[in-house]
Write a protein that binds this ligand. Structure first.
Ligand code: ATP
Ligand code: MG
Length: 472
């Protein structure tokens, strides 16, 4: 094909010649072909299929690259991977697969090109481009993948029920591709996902979440989140979210549908090149406490008192269940949800500088993310209200920035150290040091003294005296 970029032409030529030398046919398959035909430019992962041994072809290819690259061999799977000019090239031998009921790991036999194309998840992923001399560049498309690319449709090469039941991860992949590519899942295929949803239980959580995170990291995550909901998969993976669905009305009071609201907040936060996975998780989970705090108060309406506190406390268990990282990302998500209402309270209370300093102290460098979340959380259709709320948040952010510039609270470090206190009073480590340090911190946050050594030192002497300490 003339349209390959120079670098890909070069790679394919080496692979083609190597395959010829060991007399094994070979093809480019998978995501590269799909994305190439979609006109996407940058593609770093190449899947090479050979009718024979993948490892053998990889070894032959490596001989023709200077300097010789290291080959990663996965003997158990009969695959090999090497890196060349920033590309990851994976070699796999063609296979025919059959499945057990309780596992998504197939029994593998050597197969033909057709057998291999049949085992692939979607017609658009089952396209192959020949790298053989006799038909170099020819597209081999036994299942109508090209026309599905044009119709923006995800369709399985074989019966959907068999495809999804054999390897239920494909249900997640269908929804992930539908989200990334903004494609439709063929109706009967989607119905099959609905029928087979419980089969997802044989897939490891790590693999489910890998796909889920790709959905969350796409341009418009709500597409996938909605499909997960409609398919019934979401209530298996993350029931905390589906519980938010629904609107209740009482005495003329209505509350919003917090599930659809959440989807919109996730989309909002996913705009403007904000691509932090964990901020998207915050947006996704920011209202989960609402299902457990919902109350109707006569004459006031629906209340979700302290939902952000309840929601943030749910985070560790959810992260554990979904096998998401325990450390910093979890703490970040929990903290962000816990404080998610704080900016609104600060705005409504027309707050003092000391409250903002405390907020800066609690949030540290994450304060800007929190304001972004609050802006994304404004989903009212009333334009006037929307502008007013957004503007208030920008004004708050300006105030925060000014205070930070002056008082430097964000990366808090006490101007007086424990050593300073021990030296001043000639004492050993003891409780009183903590008391003095805390008093200094509180005084700075309250604005009674400025955040610098001299004022803090003076205050330390005073507080030390009160505690019965004597300056040496
Ligand atoms: P991307 O790399 O952009 O996520 P991809 O289509 O290349 O998309 P990979 O996971 O890299 O996806 O897989 C490469 C190819 O292997 C796919 O295009 C598909 O043909 C096949 N494949 C991967 N996983 C499965 C699966 N669970 N069932 C069937 N075929 C699969
Ligand atoms: Mg790939």
């Amino acid at each position: 094909m003339k349209l390959f970029s120079a670098i890909h032409r070069n790679i394919f030529r080496i692979i083609s010649l190597s395959a010829k030398r060991i007399q094994q046919d070979c093809y480019v398959v998978g995501g590269y072909v799909r994305d190439f035909l979609l006109g996407k430019k940058i593609y770093k992962d190449l899947d090479i299929l050979t009718i024979g041994e993948g490892i053998k072809l990889a070894k032959e290819v490596s001989k023709h690259i200077n300097p010789t690259p290291r080959i990663n061999i996965f003997k158990r799977f009969g695959t090999a991977m090497l890196e060349y000019k920033n590309h990851k090239i994976e070699f796999v031998g063609s296979r025919k697969e059959s499945y057990h009921l309780y596992s998504r790991n197939p029994i593998i036999e050597i197969g033909s090109l057709q057998d291999d194309q049949k085992r692939r998840d979607f017609t658009i992923n089952a396209l192959a481009i020949s790298l053989n001399e006799r038909n170099y560049g020819e597209l081999i498309d036994p299942f109508g993948g090209l026309s599905d690319l044009e119709r923006k449709t995800l369709r399985t090469p074989l019966s959907s029920d068999v495809t999804y039941s054999d390897d239920p991860l494909r249900m997640m992949r269908a929804i992930r591709f539908a989200t990334q590519l903004q494609f439709f899942i063929e109706k009967s295929s989607f119905q099959s996902i609905q029928r087979n949803r419980n089969r997802i239980n044989i897939v490891s959580m790590e693999r489910i979440i890998e796909e889920f995170n790709k959905i969350l990291l796409s341009k418009k995550p709500s597409i996938g989140l909605f499909l997960l909901y409609e398919s019934g998969l979401l209530s298996i993976i993350l029931p905390e979210l589906t519980l938010l669905q629904g609107i209740e009305e009482k005495n003329g009071y209505k509350h919003k549908d917090n599930f659809y609201h959440t989807l919109q907040v996730v989309d909002n936060i996913s705009q403007e090149k904000i691509n932090s996975l964990w901020l998207r998780w915050v947006a996704l989970l920011h209202d989960i406490g609402k299902a457990y705090t919902k109350k109707f108060l006569p004459k006031i309406g629906w209340c979700f008192h302290a939902h952000e506190l309840v929601g943030s406390k749910m985070v560790p268990k959810i992260f554990q269940r979904l096998k998401l990282p325990k450390g910093e990302p979890m703490r970040y998500v929990k903290k962000m949800i816990q404080h998610s209402y704080k900016p609104i309270v600060l705005i409504e209370d027309n707050t003092s500088d000391s409250a903002i300093r405390r907020f800066l102290f609690d949030m540290g460098k994450d304060i800007e993310d929190l304001i972004k979340l609050c802006i994304a959380d404004i989903t009212t259709k009333n334009v006037e209200k929307k502008n007013l709320y957004t503007n208030n948040l920008f004004i708050l952010l300006e105030r925060i920035k000014k205070l930070e510039e002056r008082d430097r609270i964000q990366n808090w470090k006490s101007p007086i150290s424990g050593n300073d206190i021990m030296n001043a009073f000639h004492i050993n480590p003891c409780k009183k040091i903590g008391v003095i340090k805390n008093f200094i911190k509180e005084s700075i946050l309250e604005g009674r003294i400025s955040n610098e050594f001299h004022s803090a030192y003076f205050l330390m002497l005073k507080k030390g005296e009160e505690l019965g300490l004597k300056k040496r």
